[in-house]
Design a protein around this ligand. Structure first.
Ligand code: ADP
Ligand code: MG
Length: 441
């Protein structure tokens, strides 16, 4: 088996820093005792590289532009200094918020809020941290926001709903965090983001985190950040991920996937499909082959999504089939393998996907099953990521030399639209009082 290390220079500023590489002790970072004690209790021995750089800059009040991939410890990098600066500082009254953290997905909102609560657990006074996101009832979120919060973690759509009904006020905001900014824009939140930004005070500290820096992110940073400290973690993202590519007839893909799962006996498998429908479809087909799999995508109710994620995290679920949007930002430990059952549309997402395997120094494996209709797109992915991977054939599942007659590449079918690209519909909520939120034109 060949190891295809990525050329580090090929990467956008990003990348993990194996958590163990850093040698900065948390005691060197001017954090208050209650935070240091908590980190000690959590078993965090040393700051990760991004934490070592970001924490002093944020404590000093600087804006921040940080490039680092999932798993590099970004949450603590912004949560610790924000907790230190904001807890106990909030003026009473109103539904005012001290810091707003915008994230692209529901899971991430909950996860980031949980991290704030955990990191701040030994602070006195306690931090008030609230997560708001769609897919669940808005009423309890409105109630929770009464009296304001130190930290509000939100997805853009639900935040706009809450702003529209005056359930939250951002006019006294001290700090704004954009977590996974590239993803947020990728998922079509550009307009929502613009509407939210217009409602924030000019004077505030802004921290922007992104794994990649495409045009849209760069123009956002230019608008939002004032003389930011820039941190870019440059270490190679996937040096220890073995990437394999099997060419296979589309009609044989499920059979090959089932074969791989049975033969390789992985502890856990994360399978990526391009759309919600193909996730469901694939799960049913695997079921018929005696493999039990769960799906994870945006059409599932929030409760079901949480249950599936917990089941996968604690090992009850072995095979998880997910779309890019749903899988983004979730904190799953060290997967042995990631399988691209269908290719991501965006070449950057290919790196995000494979980066889910072999986290924190473990060797991982990434397998792409490509059929004739995907050959061309895979070349684009390789080119953009400066990769060249040998095409292999899995014995018994070899691709035909020519695309078979039933292959979509012969029928000019467009690739399925990725989840999250459609126009978002938001339900209007009743106003709490008379002040009417006007949609900027
Ligand atoms: P990111 O936001 O960059 O994806 P997270 O903040 O979710 O990363 O952190 C990834 C994992 O690493 C989490 O499980 C977190 O608890 C753990 N972690 C973060 N910082 C440290 C540290 N300094 N020492 C040990 N573990 C850490
Ligand atoms: Mg994160």
């Amino acid at each position: 088996m060949t190891t295809n290390a990525l050329d580090p220079s090929a990467l956008e500023p990003s990348a993990p820093s194996a958590l163990s590489l850093s040698t900065t002790d948390f005691s060197q970072l001017n954090l208050v005792k209650a935070l240091q004690a908590r980190l000690h209790h959590l078993g965090y021995q040393q700051a990760t590289p991004i934490q070592a750089k970001a924490i002093p800059a944020i404590l000093a009040g600087r804006d921040l532009l940080a490039g680092a991939k999932t798993g590099s410890g970004k949450t603590a990098a912004f949560a610790l200094p924000l907790l230190q600066k904001l807890v106990g500082q909030r003026a009473g009254g109103g539904n005012h918020v001290g810091a707003l953290v915008l994230v692209p997905t529901r899971e991430l909102a909950q996860q980031v809020a949980d991290s704030f609560i955990s990191y701040g657990a030994e602070l006195a006074p306690r931090a008030k941290v609230i997560a708001v996101f769609g897919g669940v009832s808005v009423n309890s979120q409105m109630l929770a926001l009464r009296g304001g919060a130190d930290i509000l973690v939100a997805t853009p759509g639900r935040l706009l709903d809450l702003l529209g009904s005056n359930a939250v006020k951002l006019s006294q905001l001290k700090a704004l965090v954009l977590d996974e900014a590239d993803r947020m824009l990728n998922l079509g939140f550009t307009e929502e983001l613009g509407e939210i930004l217009k409602q924030l005070p000019d004077q505030k500290q802004t921290l922007l985190f992104s794994a990649t820096f495409p045009e849209e992110v760069l123009s956002l940073t230019a608008k939002l950040l004032t003389d930011p400290v820039e941190i870019q973690m440059q270490e190679a993202q996937s040096a220890d991920i073995e990437q394999r590519v099997y060419t296979v007839n589309r009609s044989n893909k499920t059979a090959l996937l089932a074969e791989l799962i049975k033969v390789r006996q992985w502890r856990q498998v994360l399978v990526f499909a391009s759309a919600k429908r193909s996730c469901d479809h694939l799960a049913q087909k695997l079921e018929k082959r005696g493999i039990s799999a769960q799906v994870f995508h945006g059409d599932k109710a929030q409760g079901a999504r949480s249950r599936v994620l917990d089941g996968f995290k604690n090992g009850e679920i072995t095979v998880l089939i997910a779309t890019d949007i749903a899988a983004r930002g979730i904190d799953i430990d060290k997967l042995p393998v990631v399988i691209n059952f269908e290719l991501p549309r965006s070449p950057a997402d290919y790196l995000h996907r494979i980066g889910r395997s072999g986290r924190a120094g473990e060797t991982g494996e990434a397998i792409s099953l490509i059929s004739h209709d995907e050959y061309h797109h895979f070349k684009v992915i390789e080119k953009k990521n400066k990769l060249r991977l040998p095409r292999e054939q899995y014995p018994g599942f070899e691709a035909d030399a020519e695309a078979p007659l039933d292959c979509p590449s012969r029928q000019d079918k467009p690739m399925a639209k990725p989840e999250g690209t459609g126009k978002k519909k938001r339900k209007k909520l009743p106003k709490i009082n008379d002040a009417i939120w006007k949609r900027p034109s």
